[in-house]
Design a protein around this ligand. Structure first.
Ligand code: PMP
Length: 409
């Protein structure tokens, strides 16, 4: 097999040249946070040096520049996910905040209603629903995965019924890295009168996602998982739902008029963006979108799939590796596994000593760990700046883990 080169020059990402524990860094923790290219930092710098002020408050030139930068990025995000209008793009602090806003602000859930999640949900798309279910005396139900760790059509039909009010699912699990059949979930949810909330935190950065094709009622993601900065999340919604959504935060910049005992709110998107928002971070997200679009989401997806396929093949050659899912179908660049006889935390530390960064633990997905009967697992996650030589380093690193733990000569 030919070596898979990086899709972009590594020099675009200076941090990838860091020396960690006297070894060249191999960064395989992209499902947690991605690194930032110089182009993103440069755009943020230009904004701070020449356009920075409080967007949408004062009328002076800098305030107008800041507002323009904010609205230009809103348009970029709209275009990137195929939304109909830019009022449907709300900026938040994170995917987590977006999901909390939906769960607490969607007021249609009543006593006895059902909320359906997938067992592999990240806690960010679980705990807000758990709280609202308790508060409203609704029932939280889970769809489970088959032996290949896939969501089947039978399970979708069994769990989503005319009692379901909300279906909230991750498009791609942050642990398993499989795309679920989201169109089927959407169709079933809508046939049964439920809304569909898509946690696209692990899909929007890695493949083309179009909200109209998904037919999502709400969709969320985070900038820091797609070459952007931390502190910026996106909440997309269909207009009719957004118009009824209660804001999570109340404060400045979201009102028409406030009286001592009453308030009339502004129109979207301001109504859901209380307080001073992180415009420099938002500008960074815009620059990240430009960078990703220049490469092309289809190419990024194909690259990651090829790296994941190579990683799975090489991991399968090691008899002591237990993969959590070995199917290549619908896979993004996330591979989860355990090393026989060694706790994931020890694997992580011994790899780190060799300059290899992966994520180990429960990945904020306790119910999935419980369902799979594993206390924790290791996760290698790839992006456009990874190559097959990073996988080779991981494999050599894992052999070293076995030697250090005296399980191999
Ligand atoms: N959902 C999924 C699937 C995730 O992977 C993550 C981040 N690990 C989140 C939600 C939460 O994202 P954030 O921490 O940026 O709010």
């Amino acid at each position: 097999q030919l070596a898979l080169e990086t899709l972009v020059p590594k020099t675009d990402f200076p941090i990838l040249g860091e020396i960690i524990n006297e070894q060249a860094l191999v960064y395989l923790d992209n499902a947690a946070t991605t690194q930032r290219p110089l182009a993103v930092l440069e755009k943020t710098r230009t904004y701070v040096l020449h356009q920075y002020s409080n967007a949408g408050r004062s009328g002076h030139v800098l305030a107008e520049r800041a507002y323009e930068a904010l609205e230009n990025t809103r348009e970029k995000v709209r275009d990137f996910i195929g939304a109909a209008s830019k009022e449907q793009i709300i900026f938040t602090r994170s995917a987590t905040e977006s999901l909390n806003m939906i769960a607490t602000g969607y007021t249609q859930i009543e006593d006895g209603d059902e909320i359906v999640l997938l067992v592999s949900e990240h806690h960010a798309n679980l705990l807000p629903w758990q709280r609202i279910a308790k508060l409203k005396k609704a029932h939280l139900k889970y769809m489970y995965l088959n032996d290949a760790l896939k969501l089947t059509e039978e399970e979708i039909e069994k769990k989503i019924t005319n009692k379901t009010k909300v279906v909230a699912v991750a498009h791609v699990s942050n642990v398993l890295g499989y795309k679920i059949p989201i169109e089927k979930v959407a169709k079933r949810a809508h046939e049964q009168g439920a809304i569909l909330v898509v946690d696209a935190t692990q899909s929007v950065p890695h493949c083309k996602v179009d909200v109209k094709e998904l037919d999502a009622d709400f969709m969320v993601f985070s900038a820091h998982k797609m070459l952007g900065p931390t502190g910026v999340g996106v909440l997309y919604g269909k207009l009719n739902h957004l118009e009824k959504l209660e804001p999570l935060l109340l404060g400045g910049g979201m009102v028409e008029y406030v009286e001592e005992q009453s308030v009339s709110f502004s129109d979207l998107p301001s109504r859901l963006e209380a307080g001073t928002i992180n415009v420099e971070g938002i500008v960074g997200l815009g620059a990240a979108i430009d960078y990703l679009k220049d490469i092309g989401m289809d190419r990024i997806e194909a690259h990651e799939q090829a790296i994941a396929a190579y990683a799975i093949k090489r991991l399968q050659d090691l008899p002591y590796i237990q993969l959590l899912g070995d199917s290549l179908e619908d896979k993004v660049g996330v591979v989860a596994f355990n090393v026989e006889g060694i706790h994931a935390h020890d694997v992580g530390s011994i790899l780190d000593a060799q300059g290899i960064a992966i994520r180990v633990g429960h990945h904020c997905a306790h119910p999935l760990m419980h369902y799979l009967h594993v206390p924790a697992c290791c996760r290698a996650s790839f992006y456009l700046y990874n190559s097959s030589s990073d996988v080779d380093r991981l494999i050599e690193g894992l052999k070293e883990v076995r030697r250090v733990m005296r399980l191999e000569p």
